[in-house]
Design a protein around this ligand. Structure first.
Ligand code: AHR
Length: 493
């Protein structure tokens, strides 16, 4: 039952695009209001942004934050969120049945993003919004000056354009739950015309067309094919969204990475089919701009409140292991997946959780996400991995999920491994003979006797990685044992 991993520095898959470690903030529940923004909180800065939350976001080294939605996007009038605050309207948000006070809009979010050391992945409304509205928003954000919208931005306090480079053309337009949902051909045409307008305004931007909102949609992957047939020459990415939850079989849940893997492979194949059909030289890359564990069965919306406590999943060690496995799948598909957003970032199905007027804590899922973000930069290698497999509801899946990233500049080799076997540890032999005198310099493990333990305000460190003794390779081979149900980071330099 030993897992044998042979690693060759020349066997490379792809350089990791750092946008793989992005996240997402939607106007939903307490993500914005009483999340990143809580004027009156002891940690609030002069704009009302919580500095303790900003410090945690910085620690995650998130390169982009997708904003402002999500389902919210499809009914959002972005002009409601600009200009003097006392003149901004409160509106019904039909997506989440809440009241949107519009105290934070694109201008404030831009300021927050700068403070949090991140960038914005913009999104334009393809539900109630028109291609023209999308162009206006882009002109407001990115055009230097001398036009109606760019001068309005300047009047509202931002002389310098925002330079938002990556934009989503709508959100989950395949979903009947979406405000003004469209069929694939109608969305494809609207997205194409929107893309043309947007690239005419700023040809330095990159655009993401809506792919399927989950691989379980009855329209998957036909939706993706049709959308790409309409948009192929005008967009740069097709999106994927997927959430997993524990449906009772914890082994299957721990193997969710296997399903994410086949979802990515199917969308890549669909995109490649359209590439062939179009006789195109361009390869369509993927933006996995919503992924996480989310207990969708437990959703209980509340009617017409501002910032209600909804979608506030509390993540266990088990959930964190699943997040680690999904991170491994994203890394192992870094040749096609260039952008990925952990959905979401604060309070709403998020790694960061706050108490109104109180502390901000790291949920269990914070740790594997931080590990892949901080240690996963470099080039993903394609090791030869031989080890036990298990039958799961997703088909045969390796018991131990593995990804290997080599950072040439730092001469650092990082092995991520998630042992999904809850009962038994697994011996791992790493063959590093192609590396010159490798030394193990870092090793952490996230595991524990109770997979259901969560971090709380009273005990915020219940789930966190612990450092393990370093085992030095002998004759270029390192031998370690992974604990049952564990997330592991092992680094060599
Ligand atoms: O992230 C929560 C929701 O999940 C988003 O609003 C939507 O895009 C998806 O269905």
């Amino acid at each position: 039952d030993t897992v044998r991993i042979s690693i060759e520095p020349d066997f490379t898959l792809a350089k990791v695009d750092e946008r793989l470690f992005s996240s997402f903030i939607e106007h939903l529940g307490r993500a914005v209001y009483d999340g990143i923004y809580e004027p009156g909180h002891p940690e609030a800065d002069e704009q009302g942004f919580r500095k303790d939350v900003i410090a945690l976001v910085k620690d995650l080294q998130v390169p982009l934050v997708r904003y402002p939605g999500g389902n919210f996007l499809s009914g959002y009038e972005w002009t409601d969120g600009i200009g003097p605050r006392d003149q901004r309207p409160s509106r019904l948000d039909l997506a989440w049945r809440t009241i949107e006070p519009n105290l934070v809009g694109i201008d404030e979010f831009y300021d927050w993003s700068k403070k949090a050391g991140t960038g914005i992945m913009g999104a334009v409304n393809m539900g109630t919004g028109s291609p023209k509205d999308a162009g206006n928003l882009l002109e407001y954000c990115n055009f230097p000056k001398g036009t109606y919208w760019s001068d309005l931005r300047r009047k509202n306090g931002h002389e310098t354009p925002y330079g938002i480079k990556t934009w989503c053309i709508g959100n989950e337009m395949d979903g009947p739950w979406q405000i003004c949902h469209l069929d694939a051909a109608d969305y494809g045409k609207k997205a194409r015309e929107t893309a043309k307008i947007m690239k005419w305004i700023d040809n330095g931007i990159e655009l993401v067309a809506c792919g399927s909102s989950t691989s379980k949609m009855p329209t998957f992957p036909e939706w993706d094919r049709v959308v790409l047939e309409h948009t192929y020459d005008h967009v740069d990415y097709i999106s994927l969204h997927r959430y997993y939850e524990n449906m009772g079989n914890e082994d299957d849940f721990l193997s969710s990475f296997a399903d994410m893997d086949s979802f990515i492979k199917t969308v890549s194949a669909t995109a490649d089919y359209v590439k062939a059909l179009k006789r195109s030289k361009k390869t369509m890359n993927l933006s996995f701009d919503e992924w996480n564990v989310w207990y969708q069965q437990k959703i209980q919306l509340r009617d017409w409140e501002t910032a209600p406590e909804i979608l506030e999943d509390r993540y266990s060690l088990l959930d964190a292991l699943v997040v680690g496995g999904l991170g491994i799948s994203l890394l192992n598909n870094a040749d096609r997946v260039k952008i990925a957003c952990l959905a979401q970032l604060v309070n709403v199905i998020a790694p960061i959780f706050t108490k109104k007027g109180g502390a901000a804590i790291k949920q269990a899922s914070y740790h594997p996400f931080r590990d892949i973000s901080v240690y996963g930069r470099g080039t993903v290698l394609t090791p030869v991995v031989r080890g036990p497999k298990r039958e799961t509801c997703w088909g045969d899946a390796p018991e131990v999920a593995v990804s290997v990233v080599y950072n040439e500049e730092e001469n650092m080799l990082t092995v991520f491994a998630m042992n999904s076997n809850r009962a038994e540890g697994r011996k791992v032999e790493l063959d590093l003979r192609s590396f010159e005198s490798p030394r193990m310099t870092f090793r952490t493990e996230l595991s524990g006797p109770d997979l259901h333990v969560i971090n709380t305000f009273e005990n915020p460190h219940a789930v966190e990685p612990k450092g393990l003794d370093l085992t030095q390779p002998d004759g270029g081979k390192a031998s370690i044992t992974l604990s049952p149900a564990s997330w592991n980071v092992i680094r060599f330099s």
